[in-house]
Design a binder for this molecule. Structure first.
Ligand code: UD1
Length: 438
């Protein structure tokens, strides 16, 4: 099993390049199911979730070529199976994004129901209610969601999301592109990844308007064609490197990012004393401010507010800030698992329900800790970078799901971090069942 060994204390200095957004690449890859023509995607990050999605697409009969490392050419001309199996869904919840496209193009789909996972119950009821409104018959069979469209296909519908759901919005938006008539999605997710997907769909010939706002209108078309698209930069990786620069009292130039997508994160980090300069539309310059870090208050919310996927990293930063910080998690229950690992490193954190109180600054001491989900693992890497002595992070497969070569990128700017393969002495389970988060 692979681990990270980090010796903390080095200020990071230099230049980091941001990869493409995994959360945009995943839905864009499933959009290829909507057409028999080839979809070419550039700037695909080299992370485990992408490999899992590629396997899903190949399992159902699609052909995926990678003429260059970050380019995928996907052809779903010969789909043989309209199903995403449990083995894939349990390791990556985003497999559910195959549901809408399969149903829209082939009139039937079977996707294993994602179970509970490390960051709380994450149902897909909103996806299913929307598809039902579009005329699909949806039922559960041996743990799988089975969906069938009427003989003449899905029909446009007016859908009201009672809760904002990112993949829910994406799934229904894709389903609606081939439905008869108009679909309107109210209370849609406004994430940049939703807008990126809509842009790809429109290049394929879809008629999607309003993506990025709370109301999306989709006029169904007969068929979609091939397209080329470049995936947007990963705003969560960007935020993670901003925190890495600040927490190590270093200075980083962060290249190939989109500062506009990180507005709220940048604002919140400036509030606690991090100096962030926008050099241009794709470059940030970050250093810890002259007066050090001070406590902050944060509540996670759907975009454009502060993302839940940056909450764990912010918590680690606040362990080094002067005063008492209050962090409220409103999106997912049970998303404070990193807190107990940070406590083992000496952080003073009290968690109660959806709130964490962090008292800082306090010295972090290297320890053996365990990654529990993707973003929690990032917060432990950040803690390791500033901790005294050596930190060993177990279960780094979590971080490999969504961060491209994080240790290589960190090492290049001065971190003392290495990936080690160690024989396991503690009874660590290697199950990935708890990995389906984020
Ligand atoms: C996506 C992101 C993930 C991020 C999350 C919130 C991808 C691949 N993943 O996950 O990184 O943490 O958005 O920004 O893009 N909910 C329901 N019923 C549903 C769907 C969702 O109750 O049918 C609830 C969830 O339990 C959660 C909230 O809605 O409390 C938001 O979840 P959602 O936006 O759907 O998260 P994902 O799309 O799975």
């Amino acid at each position: 099993m692979e681990k990270f060994r980090i010796r903390g204390g080095n200020p990071l200095k230099g230049r980091v390049t941001i990869s493409g957004a995994k959360n945009s690449a995943l839905p864009c890859m499933t959009a290829a199911i909507l057409t028999p023509e080839t979809i070419t995607l550039h700037n695909i990050p080299y992370v485990r979730d992408i490999i899992t999605m590629r396997r899903l697409l190949e399992d159902i009969g699609a052909h995926v070529l990678t003429p260059e490392l970050r380019t995928h050419k996907i052809s779903a001309a010969n789909i043989e199976l309209m199903a995403a199996p449990y083995e894939l869904v349990k390791t990556m919840r985003a497999s559910v994004l195959a549901l809408g496209p399969l149903l829209a193009r082939f009139g039937k789909a079977r996707v294993s129901l994602p179970g509970g996972c490390a960051i709380g119950a994450r149902p897909i009821d909103l996806h299913l209610a929307g598809l039902t409104k579009m005329g699909a018959e949806v039922f559960l069979e041996t743990g799988d969601v089975v969906a069938r469209a009427p003989a003449d296909g899905l029909r446009g519908a007016e859908i009201n999301f009672e809760k904002v759901s990112v993949t829910g919005t994406e799934n229904l938006m894709m389903a609606a592109t081939l439905a008869r008539g108009q679909t309107i999605i109210h209370n849609a997710a406004r994430e940049p990844e939703v807008r990126d997907l809509a842009e790809l769909l429109n290049k394929m010939g879809a008629r999607v308007r309003g993506a990025g706002t709370p109301t999306i209108q989709i006029d169904g078309v007969e068929a979609l064609g091939g397209a080329q698209h470049t995936i947007i930069p990963d705003r969560i990786e960007t935020g993670t490197f901003i925190v890495a620069a600040a927490i190590t009292k270093g200075e980083l130039e962060i290249k190939d990012c989109n500062p506009e997508h990180c507005n709220r994160v940048i604002g919140k980090l400036r509030d606690v004393g991090v100096e962030i300069e926008e050099i241009n539309q794709s470059t940030l310059y970050v250093r810890s401010g002259p007066r050090g870090l001070h406590a902050g208050e944060l509540s996670t919310e759907a975009y454009p507010q502060f993302p839940t996927d940056m909450q764990a990293q912010y918590m680690t930063l606040m362990t080094q800030a002067n005063g008492r910080s209050i962090i409220t998690e409103t999106i997912f229950e049970n998303r404070f698992m990193h807190a107990s690992e940070l406590q083992r490193m000496g952080a003073r954190i009290q968690v109660s329900h959806d709130q964490a109180i962090v008292d800082g600054p306090g010295k972090l001491i290297g320890a053996r800790v365990q990654a529990s989900d993707l973003r929690a693992s990032a917060s432990l890497v950040l803690a390791g970078l500033v901790a005294e002595g050596e930190t060993i992070i177990d279960r780094v497969y979590h971080i490999d799901r969504g961060y491209e070569k994080i240790e290589t990128k960190l090492k290049a700017v001065g971190a003392d971090i290495e990936r080690v393969r160690e024989s396991v002495t503690a009874p660590l389970s290697s199950t990935h069942d708890d990995a389906a988060a984020a």
